[in-house]
Design a protein around this ligand. Structure first.
Ligand code: HEC
Length: 156
């Protein structure tokens, strides 16, 4: 970066919303056209259960922080993320939902996004959400979490 530009960036005021969310650190997230829109959608549709830092809550919602992208590494995990009830039934159009899920992965668990990850797109999400998990969500999740633990133990 040129020194002049670097100085200008230091001096320019950061927009309040970006400063609050830390989104400037994720200026370019694969599969996320508008990070600010994704953040708003998260606040409105997901945060009530998952919490502002995706820490979840002890009574009914498991943490996504430092965890959610691990599902991408086990068979069936990618589909699971698009089929959990909170995602599949969210009142958001397919393209925005794909964006929101991609944002969620990078925002809360960038470290575990596998190399070569292909972001979710509208068509894939549209298909997955047509087969939402319902009462079987928790049991499906348990099997996948078990697979994740086994893969970890095997050093994968
Ligand atoms: C009513 C509470 C609730 C809302 C609202 C909700 N979720 Fe969830 N979410 C859960 C629970 C509980 C699970 C665990 C799986 C299950 O039993 O459904 C989960 C699981 C997930 C998972 C799979 C990862 C895991 O650890 O199981 C993702 C990804 C996810 N949610 C994203 C979202 C997104 C994005 C939104 C907003 C569009 C959202 N959720 C809204 C409760 C919620």
């Amino acid at each position: 970066m040129k020194l002049g530009l670097a100085l200008a960036l230091l001096i320019l005021p950061v927009p309040a919303a970006a400063a609050r969310s830390g989104d400037q650190a994720f200026a370019s997230i694969p599969g996320v056209e508008r990070p600010e829109r994704a953040r708003q959608n998260y606040i409105l549709k997901c945060q009530g259960c998952h919490g502002p830092t995706a820490q979840g809550n002890r009574s009914n919602t498991p943490p996504m922080a430092d965890m959610v992208a691990r599902f991408l590494a086990v068979p069936g995990g990618r589909a699971f993320l698009g089929r959990v009830p909170g995602v599949a039934t969210a009142a958001v159009a397919d393209a925005e939902l794909a964006e929101l899920l991609n944002w969620t992965l990078y925002r809360f668990d960038a470290a575990h996004v596998p190399p070569g990850f292909k972001p979710y797109g509208a068509a894939e999400i549209g298909k997955l959400r047509k087969a939402p998990l319902r009462t079987d969500a928790a049991s499906t999740r348990r099997v996948l979490v078990d697979d994740i633990s086994k893969a970890q133990a095997a050093g994968k």
